[in-house]
Write a protein that binds this ligand. Structure first.
Ligand code: 4AZ
Length: 225
């Protein structure tokens, strides 16, 4: 998170660190005691035996509980070139015990309105170009899909998929290592960090999976996994 501030895990208890080969790789979001959501590109093509999830932790390196991953599923329409349908669900090897620092978040049923305020959290790159040891947050404004794909910004319609929304703020953004993490409004999950060109560049907003649009897929995939 660039341009953010500290976030206490108790105030984002759905936030997890997806670890591959014992290193923080991506953020993730607790859906249920056994299912975690993340970005498709975080898991795509990787071996499940290398994956673990750290839950209930302030620091992605230690604390909370580290749980192995039993299985995962990336969206059937995931496109690694354009990062369309950039979502995956994974099943933990043992169910979580929920508490003050560990719990699920409800999925939004409606896409957030352009201009509304949302919060993104993660352990991704800060202003100094390294992962944050402790969790950070930033407040952003939603830019609806049509505006994000318009010539006002640098991406164009091919890159801003139908299932995405954008969010930005003048000096704040998600960045490398925040992918897969939550975008939250009114204690509901409205987005999952997907990608962006650079970080906190005014011409390139952060791109997020629109959770309301992919909600049917999430529910079905979680049930089947
Ligand atoms: C990343 O690589 C990443 N500025 C995530 C979000 C953004 C940029 C990069 C948005 O994980």
């Amino acid at each position: 998170i660039v341009g953010g501030s500290d976030q206490v895990i108790r105030n984002a208890p759905w936030q997890v660190s997806i670890q591959i080969s014992a290193r923080h790789e991506c953020g993730g979001v607790i859906y249920s005691k056994e299912i975690v959501m993340t970005a498709g590109h975080c898991l795509h093509g990787k071996s499940v035996t290398l994956m673990k999830v750290r839950v209930g932790a302030q620091n992605h390196n230690y604390g909370g509980t580290l749980v192995p991953v039993a299985a995962y599923k990336v969206h059937e329409q995931f496109d690694s070139r354009y990062l369309h349908f950039d979502i995956a669900v994974l099943r933990l090897s043992t169910p979580l015990t929920f508490g003050l620092s560990t719990r699920a978040i409800n999925l939004a049923k409606k896409s957030p309105l352009g201009g509304s305020t949302v919060t993104v959290t993660g352990w991704g790159y800060t202003d100094n170009g390294a992962y944050a040891d402790t969790l950070k947050k930033a407040q952003l404004q939603i830019i609806d899909r049509g505006e994000c794909a318009s010539p006002k910004y640098g991406y164009g319609a091919d890159f801003v998929g139908e299932e995405t929304i954008c969010a930005a703020n003048t000096h704040a953004d998600a960045c490398t290592g925040d992918s897969g993490g939550p975008l939250v409004a009114n204690s509901q999950l409205v987005g999952i960090v997907s990608w962006g060109y650079r970080c906190a560049d005014v011409n390139y907003p952060g791109v997020y999976v629109d959770v309301a649009v992919l909600r049917p897929w999430i529910v079905k995939a979680a049930n089947a996994l």
